[in-house]
Design a protein around this ligand. Structure first.
Ligand SMILES: Nc1ncnc2c1ncn2[C@@H]1O[C@H](COP(=O)(O)OP(=O)(O)OP(=O)(O)O)[C@@H](O)[C@H]1O
Ligand SMILES: [Mg+2]
Length: 596
């Protein structure tokens, strides 16, 4: 297969040792020198032929090389990174019970899934895998970590928690570090946590980065200090799944308030089951859950406002076909492999094309066909153009009869009092639960107070809840500041909508679109900033400071800079930076903007 090569920048050519985006199409699993237990598991899973990304990545992974891979959604990236790792573990059995492979993922549900796939692939070997993600029992995880599992699958926050609170657990023996959904793991959201993890990881390791929207920009990859990485771009990072049919419903400027009616009509009349419906906000997801439920559909929800038990229950019921529609935010957009999803509906267009690629990638997986239907308003047409430009197959316009939309709008209006009644009931219930919980906590504190005081040590946190909250607030303020600058209309809208308790359908959809736009603008602004280059020659062993770490050496660029970008393990820890008052500072940030 010959892929058109885009023109590379000079830095990139030096950064990547090799480009193996063109793979041997005739390669089978048997040709890959995989051990018997793995071939047996592959057969048990029903994999007949390796997928393109597996053909390209498994041989390179087996050589122990660093990989930066991009392949479309649903094309088997999980097995592409897990098989070479398992093979290496089988080939070189462990001398002591230590964790040798670390897989980082952005969401808890994805962690659970990758863990399940790993266990399936390792079922005929003695390799052990362990899961450390937020929301699940911490004590059970600690006990499992102490046993030294070969492979650990984790979300960054929970992993750091264990590293700080479980004395016998460390990352010093990690030989392979894998970032699934790597572009997400390396973005601003996980920045602090990733710095901390990479600082604690062994320096000599194989690093593998995988995503359907992988970046090959050197500046984005610098923080994981890849060593002579191999670039494997089986697809470009704007490619959607190969058998996806993309449809768009146009929302005219004066008809923004029709979105809910359109979605209700689509789900009732055309796409009754196996649907994932994405919204921009948790609030809208919850409202649609109630509304569609009142319209007689079998609906569930999945977003960050739910407890972990509720999140998993929603997902399970959707997988078991107990519900037909799963309303979700972007927390469900990446990596989730739910069999049989036929349609993805976007209530509004997401923040960026990247988000779009992942959302619509929940269907049309593993060689199957699927469909996406996205509602596009006037303000989202720019993104539509980008998507159409990148599309390899023609996209379709879907038109709904006006009388149908009107009928559903009336139905929804009639249901409005019921929706508010449900919301009020839930609010009251929550308040009741909160006061009960407060009473229980106070009781427990009183009972345990004396014992705890005697023990002294309490659980320590990487970022306290207060710090995380402050960081979030600072980001939100920055976002608002940026979005409102010179945009009076937005300012007015935000002000007015804050005053009101209830929003009209128009305002609700407008709010969703605005949120996406504000994020996209913030992202664009960040990307425009010049990256701060940090260089440290590899062959100069760092002079260690008292704390056992070396301060950053900033220097100018030049040829070969890319390969000598400073490993994060040399940077001060989050704790140190907090002490020095540097914790809130971001790459290339403007101190003025921050203090606002
Ligand atoms: N060689 C294969 N033959 C058949 N099916 C496969 C093969 N490899 C993987 N699959 C199946 O393809 C599906 C998608 O795999 P996976 O979740 O790894 O995709 P992905 O590339 O990671 O997608 P995403 O970008 O959404 O994370 C899974 O159900 C998996 O079992
Ligand atoms: Mg995946």
């Amino acid at each position: 297969k010959v892929k058109p090569q885009r023109k590379r920048k000079r830095g990139e050519e030096q950064f990547f040792e090799e480009d193996v985006s063109q793979y041997d199409d005739s390669l089978s699993f048997q040709d890959m020198n995989l051990s018997r237990p793995l071939l047996k598991a592959i057969t048990a899973l029903g994999f007949k032929q390796p997928t393109p990304v597996q053909k390209a990545c498994i041989p390179v992974g087996l050589l122990g090389k660093d990989i930066c891979a991009c392949a479309a959604t649903g094309t088997g990236k999980t097995a592409a990174f897990m098989l070479p790792v398992l093979e290496r573990l089988i080939y070189k059995p462990r001398q002591a019970p230590v964790t040798r492979v670390l897989v980082l993922v952005p969401t808890r549900e994805l962690g659970i899934q990758v863990h399940a796939v790993t266990k399936q692939l390792a079922q005929f070997s003695s390799i052990t895998a362990c899961l450390a993600v937020g929301g699940l029992d911490i004590k059970t995880q600690e006990a499992a970590l102490r046993a030294g599992p070969d492979i650990l699958i984790a979300t960054p926050g929970r992993l750091i928690d264990h590293l700080h609170n479980c004395p016998s657990f460390h990352l010093g023996s990690v030989e392979v570090l894998i970032l699934d959904e790597a572009d997400r793991m390396l973005d601003e959201y996980f920045e602090e946590q990733m710095k901390e993890i990479i600082r604690l990881c062994a320096r000599h390791r194989q690093t593998m980065l995988f995503s359907a929207t992988m970046t090959d920009e050197v500046k984005d990859l610098a923080s994981v200090s890849l060593k002579n990485p191999v670039r494997v771009f089986v697809n470009s990072n704007t490619d959607v799944a190969p058998f996806l049919r993309q449809e768009f419903v146009r929302i005219r400027p004066s008809r923004e308030g029709d979105r809910e009616a359109i979605v209700a009509a689509l789900l009732t009349r055309t796409f009754p089951d196996h649907v994932m419906l994405f919204t921009q906000t948790k609030k809208q997801a919850h409202r649609l859950h109630i509304l569609l439920g009142l319209l007689g559909l079998r609906v569930g929800e999945l977003h960050g406002d739910l407890s972990q038990a509720q999140r998993l229950e929603g997902l399970r019921r959707f997988k078991d076909e107990q519900i037909d529609v799963l309303v979700a935010t972007d927390v469900a957009a990446r990596g989730l492999d739910i069999e049989g999803v036929k349609t993805v509906v976007n209530f509004t267009m997401p923040n960026t094309v990247k988000h779009y690629v992942h959302r619509v990638g929940r269907t049309a997986r593993a060689g199957r066909a699927g469909r996406s239907v996205s509602l596009v308003g006037e303000e989202e047409r720019k993104m539509l153009k980008e998507i159409v430009k990148a599309a390899k197959a023609p996209v379709k316009a879907r038109v709904l009869p006006q009388d149908v939309i009107l009928r559903f709008r009336e139905k929804i209006e009639r249901l409005e009092p019921d929706v508010y009644a449900v919301l009020r009931l839930e609010r009251e219930e929550r308040e009741l639960q909160r006061s009960e919980a407060q009473i229980n906590t106070a009781k427990r504190k009183l009972e345990r107070g004396a014992q705890e005081a005697a023990k002294g040590a309490s659980r320590s946190w990487f970022q306290t809840q207060e710090e995380r909250k402050q960081e979030k607030l600072a980001k939100a303020l920055q976002e608002f500041d940026l979005a409102l600058r010179g945009k009076k209309r937005r300012k007015k809208f935000m002000k007015e909508s804050q005053k009101k308790a209830q929003l009209t359908p128009e305002e609700r959809s407008q709010f969703e679109v605005l949120k996406a736009q504000m994020y996209a603008e913030r992202l664009a602004k960040r990307n425009r900033r010049a990256p701060r280059a940090r260089a440290m020659p590899d062959d100069d062993p760092p002079a260690r400071t008292g704390a056992g770490r070396q301060p950053c050496i900033c220097s100018a660029g030049g040829a070969g800079l890319a390969v000598t970008l400073t490993a994060l393990s040399c940077r001060p820890s989050f704790e140190d930076r907090k002490r020095l008052g540097l914790a809130a500072r971001r790459k290339g940030g403007n101190p003025k903007a921050r203090s606002r």
